[in-house]
Ligand binder design. Structure first.
Ligand SMILES: Cc1cc2nc3c(=O)[nH]c(=O)nc-3n(C[C@H](O)[C@H](O)[C@H](O)COP(=O)(O)OP(=O)(O)OC[C@H]3O[C@@H](n4cnc5c(N)ncnc54)[C@H](O)[C@@H]3O)c2cc1C
Length: 449
């Protein structure tokens, strides 16, 4: 294995203005696509070599899709001749020095003419280290694989224990956070409980499997309309999901979740979908950061530094319409990336820049088959089959890569007719650090042991 000091970024000298983009998510990807046919050298740094389609991540966690169906290699996306002076490097960016216009990565530094920070968010545990240590986040593909393994391992163990208390704690799943991720996960788990698990584990009584959805506010899906929340709650209750509103989880030690009101739930699986904060990099002036996001003006320029831009979830662009910034969803990131490409081009041509105006295409959430909600433009909310059909269509339309679209559509069709979730494989067992009992349990499958 090479050491970091044996590697270098190895990027050709720029003959055109160099734009360094940190992050190949929704914002970075759309910026780079639009920028690469203009007169720039484009350098993209990402700590993972793929663009992830996070709206379908919960389906990887619940054995509905394999990870390669929701991710596309960045080198493949930018591999064609259309992207001549585009350079991708798989590195984590540590920080920036705006005074020397330098980006610091783990394997070297790079000068930029323009820098765009598009690093998205990370899970926010609100300072609770114990919850961070024992809970399951759902932000990246490894998180989804860990969770999938944990769920399947729990069912395997539940089928083998004679101790009813242990069995119950393996069958209790607690999801913290009633936003779209929490709701979609809860719905998918409820469908597994109804259609898949009883056949896989005939000896287990799945009426004992409890799915808790814990939300601190007074309604589920707080970012969506009140009508969408009411419909969603009804769907969740029809699917026997236990909803706890106005409820905070105070602690979780890997065995017991203690709620603020003193109630306790014994569970081996607590899923943290309760909050995110910006994935900041070092070197941003303090006055440019507010509530974990980078303050930008209407052109996505970072306040207080020259030639530095931020787009997507990490950017906080306040306006009269959005005093707390835009919602942390894919559309603002996509639209800001696309507009910034045009604006950088205008900038080098000394043309006036166009301010960002968010075009709200609506919001969607799926709870289960024929059960979804959609807040449509024009303040209209719909639910049921039509919302479900729109959800399916929109997610296929925005998924990157033709192969991925085919794989996802065929998986969904297969599941629609058979109720099957084909990827119930524990490929990489999840063993919590320091969890010796579980380690011992899975050691028996180690063929080298
Ligand atoms: C589980 C889940 C479900 C979601 N569901 C929906 C949904 O249904 N609809 C919707 O509209 N939105 C949804 N979102 C939100 C949506 O995915 C985000 O709003 C969107 O991804 C923001 O785009 P972005 O470009 O700002 O960041 P991202 O898409 O997160 O991309 C950030 C990129 O930066 C890279 N990066 C971060 N830090 C560094 C570093 N230091 N060095 C190098 N690279 C770095 C990351 O690897 C990543 O590739 C969901 C998000 C999650 C996590």
């Amino acid at each position: 294995m090479l050491r970091e000091d044996q590697l270098s970024l190895n990027i050709p000298a720029a003959t055109k203005p160099r734009v360094v983009i940190v992050g190949g998510g929704f914002g970075g990807l759309n910026l780079a696509k639009k920028l690469s046919n203009k007169d720039f050298q484009v350098v993209m740094f990402d700590r993972q070599n793929y663009h992830g389609f996070w709206p379908l991540l919960y389906q990887v966690a619940t054995a509905g899709l394999e990870p390669d169906a929701i991710a596309e290699p960045l080198r493949k996306i930018f591999g064609s001749d259309d992207y001549q002076d585009f350079h991708f490097r798989l590195v984590k960016v540590k920080g920036i020095d705006p005074t020397t216009k330098t980006v610091h990565t783990l394997i070297g530094d790079m000068h930029y003419d323009y820098l765009v920070v598009a690093t998205g968010t990370k899970s926010n545990y609100f300072g609770n280290d114990q919850i961070k240590k024992y809970s399951f986040p759902l932000k990246q593909i490894p998180d989804a694989l860990n969770l999938r393994s944990q769920l399947l391992q729990s069912f395997e163990q539940a089928s083998m224990t004679k101790n009813p208390e242990i069995r119950q704690s393996l069958l209790n799943i607690v999801i913290v956070g009633g936003g779209p991720t929490g709701v979609e996960l809860a719905g998918a788990l409820a469908e597994m409980r109804q259609h898949v698990l009883p056949t896989d584990y005939p000896g287990l009584d799945f009426s004992q499997m409890n799915i808790y959805l814990v939300e601190g506010l007074d309604r589920v899906l707080p970012p969506m309309s009140a009508e969408a929340s009411v419909k969603t709650k009804k769907y969740l209750e029809e699917m026997d999901i236990i909803i706890k509103l106005n409820t905070l989880v105070e602690s979780y030690d890997g065995n017991v979740a203690t709620l603020k009101n003193g109630d306790q739930i014994r569970t081996q699986t607590l899923i943290w979908a309760a909050g995110v904060s910006g994935a900041l990099i070092d070197g941003m002036p303090q006055e440019s950061v507010e509530r974990g996001r980078i303050l930008v003006n209407q052109y996505n320029q970072v306040q207080g530094v020259e030639d530095v831009y931020a787009i997507g979830d990490i950017a906080l662009m306040k306006s009269e319409e959005f005093p707390k910034g835009h919602p942390g969803v894919a559309q603002p990131a996509i639209q800001q990336g696309q507009l910034l490409a045009k604006n950088l081009d205008r900038l080098v041509r000394n043309e006036p820049l166009e301010p960002f105006k968010y075009f709200d295409k609506g919001s969607l959430a799926i709870i289960g088959r024929n059960r979804a909600v959609a807040d449509l433009p024009g303040n209209k909310t719909i639910g049921g089959f039509f919302a479900w059909a729109i959800w399916l269509f929109v997610h296929i339309a925005y998924l990157v890569g033709f192969r991925n679209k085919l794989v996802v559509v065929s998986n969904w069709l297969y599941r629609f007719f058979t109720y099957e979730r084909g990827t119930r494989l524990i490929i990489r067992p999840f063993v919590r650090k320091g969890d010796r009992v579980k380690r011992k349990f899975f050691d028996q499958y180690d063929t080298d042991a």
